[in-house]
Every structure is written in structure tokens, then in C-alpha cells.
Design a protein around this ligand. Structure first.
Ligand code: ADP
Ligand code: 5GP
Length: 196
């Protein structure tokens, strides 16, 4: 898997830190950055679209595809509740074509990816203070109290892994965090404007 020509970018960080929000803005600004749509067994949230935010699939299908080797990496996030995985088909053909592909995955998934793609550009998004995660998850209003408690517990463990990433970006002001990541990508060689 090291003969690929494109660049793999991994964005991760604890739940509620702002990864999806940041990524949405980056994708709107950087036409050469292509998102990998993960598969998950978790149910869609209001407003989430199948095939855009995730491929929402039942557990049996996830299991079948896992056994068939369809995933580059997959794991059960948050206290073994739901499965999430990066599909080979979302990544390999695009890398082979020379594209920049971005994954938004958890820390465990990042470590698996780094074993296969040691040159992946890894970016960890951190809060200014850990309590901010609780505030933002409450503000988003998508999780039950139990799910929030589980996410926050995992988040504290994930924060301790930040040093494994090539870059760390604090998401205090959203615009600043987006600018910083865009600059990291630009310096790594991502073309900025759309080809004309
Ligand atoms: P994640 O994808 O990391 O779980 P989200 O992108 O869903 O996190 O963000 C969690 C909540 O925090 C959302 O309601 C989002 O609008 C809000 N948020 C994201 N970044 C900031 C920021 N810099 N300042 C304040 N609120 C933010
Ligand atoms: P959420 O349920 O909030 O969309 O995502 C929960 C967590 O799962 C986040 O930390 C997100 O980065 C992670 N995640 C999403 N897709 C994948 C994936 O394909 N693989 C792994 N390992 N984690 C993922």
C-alpha cells in the first residue's frame, strides 16, 4: 500500500471537538480534498444523509463486509456500541489516481491506518480545555446522557494520544482552526484552487 501516488490525510480528535464542522468548511474551500465516506452501524442523526455523511448499514452487512476484507480499518467506537469503518473502495482508487483523500476517524483507526500508510498526514483537533467537549456535545444536542458520558470518557483517553499525530490544532475559534489546517495542507502540497 506504499506504492500509491495520492496523499492520505487523517483528521481525528475527541467527540464534540468540532471535527465534522471543520471538515465541512475545509471541503467547501478545498476542491482537491476528497472525503472518504465511512460505513457505520449507528443510526443516522436528523439531517444526516446516507452515502454523504456515512454509509449507514445494518450490523449483519457490516460483519459480512468486514469478513470479506472490504475495510482498510474498522473498530467499535464508544464502549463497543457501534461499528465504524473506512472502506477500501473509498480510498484506494482515489489514492491510485493521485488524489488527496481525507478520513475523519478515531484514534484507534488512525493507528491502524498508520501501519498501512506510514506517510499519512495526521492532524489531531483538540479543545482549549477538556470541559469544552461537554459544552459542545450538549450544544449539539444529539446524544442521550448515557451516550454523552461514554463519549466524554473515551475523549479523555483520546486526548492522551494527541502526541502520536504529526500536527495538533486547537479548535478555539472555528475560523482559526480551519485556517490552520488549510495551511498545513497547503504546505504539504495540496493545490488550493479548483483546476480551470
Ligand atoms: P465532532 O465531529 O468532533 O464530534 P462537531 O463538529 O459535531 O464535533 O461539533 C460539536 C458541536 O460544537 C457542534 O454543535 C458545533 O457547531 C460546535 N462547534 C464546533 N467548533 C466550534 C468552535 N470552534 N466554537 C464553538 N462551537 C463549536
Ligand atoms: P460520530 O458518531 O460522532 O459521527 O462519530 C463517532 C466517532 O467515530 C468519531 O470519533 C469519528 O471520528 C469516528 N469514526 C467515524 N468514521 C470512522 C471510521 O471509518 N473508522 C474509525 N476508526 N472511526 C471512525
Amino acid at each position: 500500500m506504499s506504492t500509491t501516488r495520492g496523499q492520505l490525510v487523517v483528521i481525528s480528535g475527541p467527540s464534540g471537538v468540532g471535527k465534522s464542522t471543520i471538515l465541512r468548511r475545509l471541503l467547501a474551500r478545498l476542491p482537491h480534498l476528497i472525503p472518504s465516506v465511512s460505513a457505520t452501524t449507528r443510526p443516522p442523526r436528523a439531517g444526516e444523509r446516507d452515502g454523504v455523511d456515512y454509509h449507514f448499514i445494518p450490523l449483519e452487512e457490516f460483519e459480512r463486509r468486514r469478513k470479506a476484507g472490504d475495510f482498510l480499518e474498522c473498530c467499535q467506537v464508544y464502549g463497543r456500541q457501534h461499528w465504524y469503518g473506512t472502506l477500501v473502495d473509498e480510498v484506494a482508487p482515489r489514492l491510485a489516481a493521485g488524489d488527496w483523500v481525507v478520513l475523519e476517524i478515531d484514534v484507534e483507526g488512525t493507528l491502524s491506518i498508520l501501519q498501512k500508510f506510514p506517510d499519512a498526514l495526521t492532524i489531531f483537533v483538540e479543545p482549549e480545555r477538556p470541559e469544552q467537549l461537554d459544552e459542545r456535545l450538549r450544544g449539539r444536542g444529539t446524544e442521550s446522557p448515557e451516550a454523552m458520558a461514554r463519549r466524554l470518557e473515551v475523549a479523555l483517553r483520546e486526548l492522551a494520544e494527541a502526541h502520536r499525530y504529526r500536527h495538533r490544532v486547537v479548535n478555539a475559534r472555528l475560523d482559526d482552526a480551519v485556517d490552520q489546517i488549510a495551511e498545513i495542507l497547503r504546505q504539504a502540497g495540496l493545490p488550493e484552487a479548483a483546476a480551470t
